[in-house]
Design a protein around this ligand. Structure first.
Ligand SMILES: Nc1ncnc2c1ncn2[C@@H]1O[C@H](COP(=O)(O)OP(=O)(O)O)[C@@H](O)[C@H]1O
Ligand SMILES: [Mg+2]
Length: 408
């Protein structure tokens, strides 16, 4: 028990500006438990503290997985941070496992319960990298013997995978750039750049992209185009043109069953994944599975047309730079492709028609858009201007409105 003497002094101000005072002394007796309250935080209420809603607070310390760009978390919500934490906790029990599908190092990560929650793709294990674990993977031949499958050979498969327009070691940040550029339109799953400590218990660190796992997704080419809506196809198409995706085959769109049939008879939604081969340094390798789908020849809806016209090209450039797309040529490809998309949509062209202009029909013949860019560069040369400043863009815009005319 503690006894305290409290002295109170009341001061009153009278109308004639003179003072009156009253002094009171009170005695308070406190129980011993009062002092048991932690002295460092005597004014904290019990329970969680309310924080500003924009702040994302990690309740569990990230021991093994850390966001690489930790300062920029504004686009991440609490659910995703919780998911990242659950993968972090899961590393205590589960070793990330190499996925069978695909050509490079892609690993599933689980939570403590064992559910797959995330997909980790190390920046040094993409299909073209010397550290690609599938590069010399063991395959079983017809006689039942294990042999090394060497993907450095001259087979069509290995040739097909070589990309000259994607700088080595940059696929992870390109995955993140695709998610950020999409801004939720086509539904690229949340993707961030992370660093993982003690990678597969070898004591080393790995940097790579971490993407939210999409449960029950089948490769879209296993089902066929009639299962998907026009809107889903157009959304992925718009994204692919802006990124000049060089790897949009049917395995890189996941088909997820809808709770009920859509009005077009569509039964599945589409989720775009695998964007390491986007934002190339030239427009020579674009490859779009949806190009062959009937949906691509349907006109854009008014919402899609409005979306396309509202795309802020300069804002996109800033965003891409901020996530690490640094090659001037890659940034230029994004800007040219987006301007072409806008001009094409404005002229009433459909996705298929715009894609015909923006991509090569055969690998060795330049696309109409590449030819147009070449002509603009020639004009610049004649004028003695060598940089890609304003003049280039106004000449290009003039060229695009010539090239992307209404078709009947
Ligand atoms: N976010 C995801 N959700 C569900 N499965 C995924 C996801 N990302 C990748 N996968 C699975 O992993 C496979 C390989 O991943 P992918 O990103 O396509 O890598 P690669 O560059 O090797 O082709 C995919 O074909 C798919 O089966
Ligand atoms: Mg893939």
């Amino acid at each position: 028990m503690t006894t305290l003497n409290i002295h109170l002094l009341f001061i009153s101000l009278r109308d004639d500006h003179s003072f009156g005072t009253l002094s009171v002394t009170a005695q308070v007796t406190l129980p011993a438990s009062f002092w048991a309250y932690p002295t460092k935080t005597p004014f904290l209420p019990a329970g969680p503290i309310a924080l500003p809603s924009t702040e994302i607070i990690s309740s569990v310390p990230m021991q093994k997985i850390r966001l690489v760009h930790e300062t920029d978390r504004t686009h991440l919500d609490k659910d995703f941070i919780a998911l990242l934490e659950s993968a972090n906790a899961g590393l205590e029990e589960w070793t990330p496992e190499l996925v069978g599908e695909g050509e490079g190092g892609t690993y599933f990560m689980r939570n403590l319960k064992g559910d797959i929650v995330g997909v980790f793709k190390p920046e040094d294990e993409d299909p073209q990298s010397p550290s690609n674990p599938k590069k010399n993977k063991k395959v079983r031949d017809e006689d039942g013997d294990d042999r090394d499958e060497d993907r450095d050979d001259d087979s069509d498969e290995s040739q097909e995978k070589l990309r000259t327009t994607i700088p080595l070691g940059t696929t992870a940040l390109r995955e993140v750039a695709a998610y950020r550029l999409d801004r939720g339109l086509a539904g690229v799953p949340v993707t961030v750049l992370v660093e993982v400590d003690d990678w597969r218990e070898n004591g080393k660190k790995k940097i790579g992209s971490f993407q939210k796992f999409v449960p029950k997704g089948a490769a879209s080419w296993d089902l066929g185009p009639s299962k998907y809506s026009i809107a889903d196809t157009h959304k992925i198409g718009i994204l692919d043109l802006r990124m000049h995706n060089t790897d949009r085959h049917g395995g890189n769109m996941l088909a997820v069953a809808l709770p009920q049939k859509g009005i077009e008879g569509n039964t599945h939604g589409l989720v775009p994944i695998d964007h390491g081969y986007c934002f190339p340094t030239s427009m020579s390798e674009g490859s779009f599975e949806w190009f062959y789908w009937p949906q691509a020849k349907k006109p854009f809806s008014s919402e899609m047309l409005e979306y396309i016209q509202k795309i802020d090209v300069e804002e996109d450039q800033r965003l891409l730079k901020s996530v690490g797309i640094v090659e001037e040529e890659a940034l230029r490809v994004n800007k040219i492709a987006t301007l072409a998309l806008k001009a094409g949509a404005k002229a009433g062209l459909n996705l298929y028609q715009i894609a015909c202009i923006c991509s090569r029909k055969v690998p060795d013949a330049l696309s109409p858009l590449e030819l147009a860019c070449g002509q603009v560069e020639e004009q610049m040369k004649q004028k003695g201007i060598s940089s890609f400043e304003e003049e280039y863009w106004s000449l290009l815009n003039a060229k695009l409105s010539e090239l992307l005319k209404p078709m009947h």
